[in-house]
Design a protein around this ligand. Structure first.
Ligand SMILES: [Zn+2]
Ligand SMILES: [Zn+2]
Length: 792
């Protein structure tokens, strides 16, 4: 018993860890129903945890310990995202499968799935290790896995509800597609991957039929000339017919001067002007028809290669005239649909042009850019081709530049939920204005959400097409599949994944035929994790524990997990209710100089490395103390040794001082309790106690309002400024005084300090569980009480 002369945080950690873990297990096993639950935002098991993850995990554990100290019974089960694109890509890499996706099927989907499972096991071990080192209370023995059969069946319930609500629809739509992963991506995924890119900025001529003038059209994707259907102008813009270099050109007024300069048109004069709306219906000749015979065939029809007036045209960019490729643009597709224009999409799964693309057949679409520009030049249709640097979306996983193209897919039509998602989001507490506004803005966009992915390792889409009658048969559970099965080659206990699910032949629900095949989609990995509140809890637990009172993840999850949780929660409820009542968005952890941590920069701080060098409590306190939780942190490991260390060292010395002196004077401080000041309390004693009350209030209010850093600063202020620098020097004057009065004053002072330190141990416990547990035990001979949170 007793405290060492010198604080050794590592030794303290080793001493306290088994006790804290036992206490956590005991709390989890206690009889009676839990009061509340943390729903873990499941990290993807394809990489090591790093400093950014540490911040989030520390905040969650802090909340768990705080609410536990307040006497609540909190369920905190771990959760692991074990399937989806990130894991698959990692497995593909480890297996050395390069090139088109078909190579995966050549090697067998089972091989890929086995590798995915191996990767998940490997990283799971590392995450659990980091949680243990950090003192995170998440219960891995009760963890949910997004890849488990039970979880998948519950996730299928979301689809059933979406169908009942008329929200789920399959459609040909233009979606963002990753050429590397060969799958479509959602809007949320697209917005996560904007990066600077260099692309062509092309101006070309399209001759108006029966006129000597040519339209000057602008595009940054020359390859889309192959799928060109219309040219759009703004209805209210003034368009100038100019004469330059002996020919007539049509350009928007707003950009005329700039364009003439950019395209080096030289001397020009405006011959006449016309409003955009008056150009509507004019026909033009596409300059490359001889290269793409199928496009020439379509151009023979009524609708193709016509000028249309559309208000979405940005008159401040390019020439004020843009071409419309329904196969390669969302807006373009919508315009084509409204006007009954056929979609021409000669592009295959590998994003290569098909035979219908004539001269460009077999080329990866973006590789056709140069050929298109060259052909325009040969035909005298090139006005200017330059390069621009702009922000362009890349795949959030593989880094490939995305391509927009028409594909079939399954969508949640979020507009069909009316105002329910927005109303649900508006009722949530976000603690800070800025993330609240950002999130509500995103939720109100209501873009269709593409939930189908053309991949393998994920929750299969449970719908079978009948070749005989065309009916779609939806089966939403193992039982429904088993009942509809014509044969079960792997028995009733088959795994609910590809390839096993596709070995089953089910009977068509309409004609009873067996010529059925499952649509070979899996669900978006974000759909997977977005089902967590529903899929990780049983029916009884759901009604008791949802909405979850406190979820927290990084600020990027406004388009990720927070969003998909909300949408799926509303679909399941069929009502404007979110599965969480508060959501704290955290700022990112950057490097010392404020740069994003990335593998390529080599500045990522691995969590295991960090915890190998630094004691857990110091790391925890640093992340909670350093800044407001929504602000980014410029992580500087040297700062751990400054104030955070000083707080712990001072608290340690105060405990040691009290233990040593009170036992020397024979005063038992283990029973010091609350209530009024002890007999014989001096003015400094009363002051220290009143400051203590103020600190309790500040910390409680800070934690309740997620002003976690303010709570940490209040403790820091009390320990260092009030107790160590003001109160102890005053009390110390009595230490060497042998008079009776001084002995009584010392006794009162010990009791005051004991009360202060016992209270601070409780206040600081959610931040630094190891140190506070150790100090409390050593100085007061007993553990912190289970519900020791002081009353303000
Ligand atoms: Zn990709
Ligand atoms: Zn049928």
């Amino acid at each position: 018993m007793g405290l060492d002369a010198r604080m050794d945080l590592r030794k303290i950690e080793l001493d306290a860890r088994p006790r804290l873990e036992a206490a956590r297990r005991e709390a989890a096993a206690a009889p009676g129903a839990p009061d509340t639950a943390i729903i873990e935002g499941p990290p993807t098991m394809n990489g090591e945890p790093h400093a950014g993850h540490v911040r989030g995990r520390v905040i969650k554990d802090m909340w768990y310990r705080y609410r536990t100290l307040r006497g609540e019974r909190v369920v905190y089960a771990a959760g692991w995202d074990a399937q989806g694109l990130p894991v698959e890509l990692q497995a593909q890499k480890e297996l050395g499968i390069e090139g088109p996706k078909s190579r995966i099927e050549e090697g067998g989907i089972e091989t890929l799935v086995a590798e995915c499972k191996r990767i998940v096991r490997e990283y799971h071990g590392r995450w659990v290790e980091v949680d243990r080192l950090l003192g995170v209370s998440a219960d891995d023995s009760a963890a949910y896995w997004t890849s488990s059969d039970e979880y998948i069946e519950r996730e299928w319930e979301v689809l059933r509800r979406a169908r009942e609500l008329g929200v789920l629809r399959d459609d040909h739509a233009v979606i963002a597609y990753c050429p590397g992963c060969q799958t479509s991506l959602s809007h949320a995924e697209v917005s996560q991957g904007y990066r600077e890119a260099t692309d062509p900025s092309l101006y070309y001529k399209a001759r108006l039929r029966g006129d000597r003038a040519s339209l000057v059209v602008w595009t940054t994707m020359p390859f889309t000339l192959v799928t060109d259907a219309l040219v759009a102008v703004h209805p209210d813009e003034e368009y100038c017919r100019i004469e330059a270099g002996g020919e007539e050109l049509i350009v928007g007024r707003t950009r005329l001067e700039a364009l003439a300069d950019e395209a080096r048109l030289g001397e020009f004069r405006v011959v006449s002007t016309v409003r955009g709306s008056e150009l509507e219906g004019a026909k033009y000749d596409h300059p490359l028809l001889d290269e793409v015979p199928e496009l020439a065939r379509l151009a023979g029809g009524e609708a193709y290669h016509t000028v249309v007036a559309e208000a979405f045209v940005d008159t401040g960019a390019g020439s004020g005239l843009v071409h419309i490729s329904p196969a390669n643009g969302e807006e373009d597709m919508a315009i084509a649909r409204r006007r009954g224009v056929e979609v021409f999409c000669p592009i295959d799964d590998a994003v290569r042009f098909t035979g219908d693309a004539g001269r460009y057949a077999g080329m990866f679409v973006r590789d056709a850019d140069a050929g298109v520009i060259e052909s325009l030049r040969e035909r005298g249709a090139l006005v200017a081709a330059r390069k621009i640097r702009h922000q362009y979306p890349h795949c959030w996983r593989s880094g490939d530049a995305l391509v927009w193209m028409a594909r079939r897919g399954w969508f949640y039509m979020l507009d069909r939920l009316g105002s329910m998602t927005v109303d649900a989001a508006a009722a949530v507490e976000y603690y800070y204005e800025q993330p609240r506004n950002r999130f509500l803005g995103i939720v109100s966009e209501r873009h269709p959400w593409c939930i189908s992915r053309e991949r393998y390792w994920g929750t299969p889409l449970p719908v079978w097409d009948c070749a005989s009658c065309g009916e779609k048969t939806w089966l939403h559970s193992r039982r429904e599949i088993v009942e509809a099965a014509e044969s079960l080659p792997d028995g009733e206990g088959f795994e609910l994944h590809m390839p096993w699910i596709d070995r089953i032949r089910v009977r068509c629900s309409s004609c009873g035929g067996t010529e059925t095949s499952r649509e070979r989609y899996v669900l978006d990995t974000w759909h997977n994790s977005g089902a967590a509140p529903h899929s990780s809890l049983g029916a009884g637990e759901r009604s008791r524990l949802l909405p979850a009172p406190f979820l927290t993840e990084g600020i990027d999850q406004t388009r990720g997990w927070a969003y998909t949780l909300l949408v799926e929660g509303v679909i399941l409820a069929g009502a404007p209710s979110a599965p969480y009542s508060s959501f704290l968005f955290q700022g990112h952890v950057l490097d010392r100089d404020g740069n994003k941590m990335s593998k390529s920069k080599g500045n990522v701080v691995g969590a295991r490395d960090l915890l190998g060098r630094q004691p857990a409590d110091l790391v925890r306190l640093y992340f909670l103390w350093k800044s407001n939780p929504i602000e980014p942190i410029n992580f500087d490991e040297r700062e751990l040794g400054t104030r955070p260390y000083q707080v712990l060292a001072t608290l340690y010395n105060l405990h040691a001082y009290l233990a040593q002196n009170s036992s020397y004077d024979g005063v038992d401080v283990s029973e010091a309790t609350g209530g009024g000041p002890p007999d014989g309390a001096s003015a400094p004693d009363r002051w220290a106690l009143s400051r203590l009350q103020r600190t309790v209030r500040a910390v409680t209010e800070g934690l309740d309002a997620c002003r976690i850093h303010e709570a940490a600063h209040a403790i820091e202020d009390y320990v260092i400024n009030d107790l160590s620098q003001a109160y102890v020097p005053m009390a110390r004057a009595d230490l060497w005084d042998e008079s009776d009065g001084a002995a009584a004053r010392r006794r009162a002072s010990y009791l005051v300090m004991a009360r202060a330190l016992r209270t601070v141990d409780a206040l600081l416990h959610p931040f630094c569980p190891h140190t506070t547990d150790h100090l409390h035990r050593e100085a007061f001979g007993r553990p912190l009480e289970a519900s020791a949170w002081p009353v303000a």
